[in-house]
Design a protein around this ligand. Structure first.
Ligand code: PEP
Ligand code: MG
Length: 883
């Protein structure tokens, strides 16, 4: 095996397509060399060494030492200096470089090779003793911290003390002798901290730094980062050793970072920052304010600093040429680092630049139009999840934020408003024209109107599929949920978070995309879905096979989803239609009735509402398929709480409150999610589904009179465990259809199908398909029941499961393809075996998750259905899934 790949002098042993072996940085340094760009020579120790290191008890593979020596000799030759030479030393930088960029995982070590002797050589050669000792003290500081584990603050303290003694406030006012004094004090500190002197042997320094980089691969910070970004530990990191160039040797030196296009807007204009007479770290550290690269940038930003274009026109021109060369070579926006040493330009890094969603769209669309990339590439280039940023008002990235709490990013978008602690207050305040944020420990279906009225929702309990999260996503309302550190006191109407106590009426801002809770109002930017956005969507639509439907029950949701390109409704949860204050009493009356007669009386009151609901939806969807799920309420969500509500129900039903209370006790369930819900209600009380079927059919006939495409409703039965339930309920529905046809003298077309959301139903899908004309996978319940994991409570320990690597992620967010996915796959196969043309879809929350959508594509499902604001994400993800 070859362990080390050299680069320099216009050629390299590696290439950009070797990033698995060389890491991103190493592969691109090699590529830049091959392109003939000015890159300081160096070498990359491969990721395979990292893997071997961990496989062999932290020992290096045989032959590595010799290869490093050879590569180092080659660098010496290119530079014309020798490593450790007391007169004219070669100095190197040592940096990590994994396959995927892992910013901040491991600090860089610069100026390696300096010691008490070589520092004098550097002083002589550079003719600048101050520079040499400044470099030496920077090296001891970095090496001490990163490699030797001597805490940063020790060095900071010493530096402050020396500066104070000398009456100096700026680093730039320190002279050569001052830095020499700092060096002595640093070395002494290292000795007292470690009991050993600072290593003087450059080779010992080099191996120390290499070992530290490999060691850092398994540190806690890196492990966390990898977990968050799904990077396997087995990838390993590479180590890049490269000849130093200095941007801090005088005013003809500089260092900077630049982007081939603007990373926040995507505009095709060179963009960057630089600092004269500085080392790379100074730009990042924010000690000095960097200056704009270009004149136009300088004018637009009103900066009074001198641009690189003006200060170093020749080097700037060279950098512009490199920008063009690299961008057309990589065919993507590049993020580059450079250093100018005594008027000569060096490239230190290039990589695909991180960008906002807006920039990603613009760059992809413009590069495609310019013939640089194909439509497929353009589609691949945009991260569907990132589109979320564009669909909601977002926080102005320039605005100040004072974060006081953190929860799950449950529903994206930014929301500011006055805090209220109840749904009633939310409605009342909003009714008076105020903007409110509803803060609750958790929400329940009764809070729906208040949730609608609120700009944003914050809960201290519950996960990504908690009631608050699901409903908020459906409404497109920003929501942060499960913010455990936020302490809510309903009695006193206060919340405590991040050491601040806030009361009703105080203003907070939520960022539903990050989970941040901030004090006061933070400025926002409006979404713009025309232009690049609609262009990319058009390309995606032409490519994808899966249809995209939406989960919607209100006209607003349906309209929003249509606006986002939904091709039908895949799930209309009818129980959500009954929370309106006018209807909830009749709904409760129905649930609490002890007799069929009582139920029928209540249902008769609900029928006209329900019919109108469907008329509205059918009109909005204009002949597109609409799947209506019959009632599926876990009863506890609907039962009245408190005396006032009980009194209301008693009055409506014309019975005593005592009777209602007794009935409540009868209905109480230990585990309502596994209780009397779904089709079990329809089986017990057929009149409920009969009313709903009637409302659907009457609405279909009514809307068909409008002309246009005929309405073909898809009626869906929830929570079946086998064929028998469906057989009974379908017969009842057909019967109602015949009645309505007779009454209205019209013909109906409709489908009857079922949700597959229990493992038994998935397994018995073969016979279920004898009755069902379609299946819709209810992966929320299917996940809950396959794992035996409560969708409302799992968030409490999910984090632990994820951090211990038991689960890769939250199975309620991204489908567990191995387990739940196998059930989906079995059901699809058995369903199709019975009924070749059975329509298959998914309507659990997973229907809007890109990875789950890829799985649905692989299973050959016909459509995915997701909340309205996820429709564009699903359109793009479905296109990517066929690439
Ligand atoms: C499901 O279980 O996946 C589903 C869509 O139904 P609900 O979330 O309403 O239970
Ligand atoms: Mg369900």
């Amino acid at each position: 095996t070859k362990w080390v790949y050299g680069f320099g002098g216009g050629s390299a042993e590696g290439r950009s397509d070797m990033r698995e072996l060389l890491g991103g940085k190493g592969a691109n340094l090699a590529e830049m060399c091959n392109l003939g760009l000015p890159v300081p020579p160096g070498f990359t120790i491969t990721t395979e060494v990292c893997t071997a290191f961990y496989d062999n008890d932290r020992a290096y593979p045989d032959g590595l030492n010799a290869e490093v020596e050879t590569a180092l000799a080659s660098v010496e030759k290119h530079v014309g200096r020798k490593f450790g030479d007391a007169k004219d030393p070669l100095l190197v930088s040592v940096r990590s470089g994994a396959r995927a960029s892992m910013p901040g995982m491991m600090d860089t070590v610069l100026n390696l090779g300096l010691n008490d002797e070589t520092v004098e050589g550097l002083a002589t050669v550079s003719g600048d003793r101050r520079f040499a000792y400044d470099s030496y003290r920077r090296f001891i500081q970095m090496y001490g911290d990163v490699v030797l584990g001597v805490d940063h603050y020790h060095f900071e303290d010493i530096l402050e003390t020396v500066k104070e003694d000398k009456g100096v406030s700026l680093d730039t006012d320190m002279g050569a002798d001052d830095w020499a004094e700092v060096v002595e004090a640093f070395k002494k500190k290292v000795k007292t901290e470690l009991g050993e002197p600072f290593p003087q042997d450059p080779r010992e320094q080099l191996w120390g730094a290499i070992g530290a980089v490999f060691g850092s691969w398994m540190n806690a910070r890196a492990n966390t980062y990898r977990r968050l970004h799904n990077i396997p530990a087995s990838w390993g990191t590479a180590v890049n050793v490269q000849a130093m160039v200095f941007g801090n040797m005088g005013d003809d030196c500089a260092t900077g970072v630049c982007f081939s296009r603007n990373p926040s807007t995507g505009e095709d204009r060179f963009y960057g920052e630089y600092l004269i007479n500085a080392q790379g770290e100074d730009v990042v550290a924010g000690i000095r304010t960097p200056a704009p690269l270009t004149e136009i940038e300088k004018q637009e930003s009103g900066s009074d600093l001198i641009s690189m274009e003006a200060a170093m026109p020749v080097v700037f021109k060279e950098l512009c040429d490199i920008r063009e060369k690299l961008e057309s070579h990589y065919r993507d926006m590049q993020d580059m680092e450079f250093t100018v040493e005594s008027g000569k330009l060096y490239m230190l890094q290039t990589r695909a630049g991180k960008r906002t969603a807006k920039a990603a769209l613009r760059i992809a669309v413009e590069m495609c139009r310019d013939g640089v990339i194909s439509q497929e590439d353009a589609i691949r280039r945009v991260d569907p999840a990132q589109l979320d940023q564009l669909l909601h008002p977002t926080l102005d990235p320039e605005a100040d934020r004072k974060v006081v709490g953190m929860g799950l990013p449950a529903s994206p978008g930014a929301a500011s408003g006055q805090i209220v602690f109840s749904a009633e207050a939310a409605e009342e305040w909003a009714g008076k024209g105020r903007k409110v944020v509803l803060v609750r420990i958790e929400t329940s279906p009764e809070d729906i109107a208040g949730m609608h009225a609120a700009q944003g929702i914050l809960t201290s309990r519950g996960g990504m599929t908690s009631h608050a999260a699901v409903v908020a996503r459906g409404m497109g309302t920003p929501c942060v949920c499960g913010a455990g550190a936020v302490k809510i006191d309903y009695a006193n109407k206060t919340m405590m978070s991040g050491g601040v106590t806030l009361k009703e009426g105080d203003v907070i801002t939520l960022d539903g995309a990050t989970g941040e809770v901030m004090l006061g109002e933070v400025a926002t930017l409006k979404p713009d879905l025309s232009g690049d956005f609609s262009q990319l969507m058009e390309w995606a639509d032409a490519l994808r096979r899966l249809k995209i439907r939406t989960n919607a029950e209100t006209p607003e949701e349906a309209e929003t989803a249509r606006g986002f390109g939904a091709e039908g409704i895949g799930l209309c949860r009818t129980e959500h239609m009954f929370f309106d204050p006018e209807r909830i009493v009749s709904m409760r009356e129905m649930i609490l009735a002890e007799t069929e007669k009582g139920r029928r009386a209540a249902l008769a009151k609900l029928l006209p509402y329900q019919r109108q609901d469907f008329i509205d939806l059918f009109r909005i969807m204009k002949g597109l398929p609409v799947t209506i799920r019959l009632l599926d309420p876990p009863l506890h969500e609907f039962l009245p709480h408190g005396d006032a509500e009980i009194a209301d129900v008693a009055k409506a039903a014309g019975v005593s409150e005592a009777i209602v209370k007794r009935r409540l006790l009868d209905l109480a369930e230990a585990n309502p999610m596994l209780g009397h819900r779904g089709c079990r209600l329809g089986i017990s009380y057929p009149e409920i589904y009969e009313m709903q079927a009637r409302a659907i059919f009457e609405a279909a006939i009514e809307v068909s009179k409008d002309g246009g495409d005929p309405v073909i409703p898809e009626i869906m039965i929830p929570l079946i465990v086998g064929k028998k339930e469906l057989e009974i309920l379908k017969a009842a529905i057909i019967n109602i259809a015949a009645q309505v046809e007779d009454e209205k003298g019209a013909k109906l077309k409709y489908l009857v199908g079922t949700m597959i959301e229990l493992p038994r139903a998935a397994l018995r899908a073969g016979e279920i398909a004898e009755e069902a004309e379609f299946f819709s996978f209810g992966t929320n319940d299917l996940t809950q029941t396959t794992f035996g994991l409560s969708r409302d409570d799992a968030s409490r320990f999910l984090d632990t499961y994820i951090s211990k690597d038991i689960f890769a992620g939250d199975p309620f967010v991204s489908l567990d393809q191995e387990g739940v996915g196998e059930l989906v796959s079995i059901a699809a196969e058995r369903g199709r075996a019975t009924r070749g043309d059975i329509k298959l879809g998914i309507c659990g929350e997973h229907g809007g998750d890109p990875a789950s959508i890829a799985f649905c594509e692989a299973q050959g499902l016909d459509y995915v259905s997701c909340s309205p604001y996820r429709v564009p994400i699903a359109r793009l993800a479905a296109a990517q899934a066929v690439l």
